[in-house]
Design a binder for this molecule. Sequence first.
Ligand code: GLC
Length: 558
Amino acid sequence: MSLHERRLTDHELGGNTLWYKDAVIYQLHIKSFLDADGDGIGDLSGLTRKLDYISSLGINTIWLMPFYPSPRRDDGYDISNYKDVSPEYGSVEDFQTFVNAAHARKIRVVIELVVNHTSDEHPWFQRARRARAGSPERDYYVWSDTDDKFAETRIIFVDTEKSNWSWDPVAKSYYWHRFYSHQPDLNYRNPEVVEELLSIMNFWLDKDVDGFRLDAIPHLVEREHTDSENLPETHALLKHIRARLEERHPDVILLAEANLWQEEAREYFGDGDECHMAFHFPLMPRMFMALAKQNARPIKTILRQTNSIPDECQWAIFLRNHDELTLEMVSEAERNFLWETYAADKRARLNLGIRRRLSPLMDQDRRRIELLHMLLFSLPGSPVLYYGDEIGMGDNTDLGDRDGVRTPMQWSDDRNAGFSNAAPHKLALPVIDDPQFSYAAINVAAQDNDPHSLLNWIRQMLALRRRHRAFARGAMRFAKTDDDRVIAYLRTCGEDVILCAANLSSVSLAAKISLPKLADYVPIELAGGTTFPVIGRDSYPLTFQPYAYFWLKLTKAG
Ligand code: GLC
């Protein structure tokens, strides 16, 4: 049996049961990655062909956005069949081929699972609306005779939805939905629904996936006179799911999408018996805030407020993803400030966020793009990169909803950016071809050949990161500086001590870093291997160009 044909053991995958702590995650949409069959839509065969590229980045985990059959009114987050692959992307066999090929390259696969709701075209909903009120079939979803139940629950898609209830003329009843009205919420108070979910998870675990990103989990269960978010019932349900999955698949991981303040998000780790990972939503806008304010405080404050998490758990940290850059976890004043700074053009605003990619947000300023990545790769947590950001892809605010940040990957300056052979009007989404961000200039092939490209810089940084366990596993402690424009912190794992320091401002400056217990240590710059002056009894002076940064390994002198 060849390597491609069998499941690799955890050991062969180079890991142990805590593999996700060392994960560097690449998030992508099959639809927009590579179209192998020329129909204009990316597919599993195309993605499988590009695994060597993903591996060359230094990625060891792929997060696949939804690939299930779907009317795609929310780009696949509206699933109509959980146990199949959308025919445009391929078949279940193609999926298995992809997973095997990823595993052969020691890349894990985490798939998106939309657990809170289905599409209204899902057979469960079609059956429910026709079933007798109170029947088990009707009970798969949440119904009410009035639209004033759960009144304390907020609306999430404020730009499109006026209520969390919609009238169904067939059922002659209102149904509950936290997102679009075509996404009815499942009723997890019904044990049959829980069993359905477990059966779906086991279906994909049998195809060897390594984990699930659990979409929108704070909303799984609702209760009157609460805000219906993060209820104890929801946590109990997640613990139950984890325990049941582990009976057969001890290595599976659950990654929580819980857009919450860190204390509440932390609850999704339970006592190490709920989700293995959770996104750190409040940190993300504060990295952008720190840069805009040219001040380290937003990052320091939020990380100081982030309590420790169970040993076996890990944050997932990110700069951008497929959604709007959410500003839900900041104050109103901060949100207005960030909107003014990064989305002066109101077309870039959506719901409570900004629908732009990283490079346009940074005005294509390589220094600031690098600085944000340096933070992403060295702050505590597993970094998540969004496809295309590694080459500085642009966006298209003329497209609706969040489509502008989901355009085809730019592989080359060939027709359709090398993404597809189809006629341009057939593409899943148009390629970016505005003068500033055109695929003719911004593409993988061009950057591959340029040793100084952003792409190659990211590869180098991830290679450095891999060599030092302190980044993925180490403890983290801020070092005092005499200048708030400089952020400095130590990542430590055994003998591996790394000082990370950056100038968040647009001016050159000299700062002093307080390293009281590190006198006589010698800093060695990680990328170039240059030895810096030894650390003395006084604060350590470092000079920085605008937006410059250092990763310095500290070794004991002598
Ligand atoms: C999550 C997804 C988002 C989707 C929503 C509803 O927030 O990230 O893309 O629209 O859930 O499923």
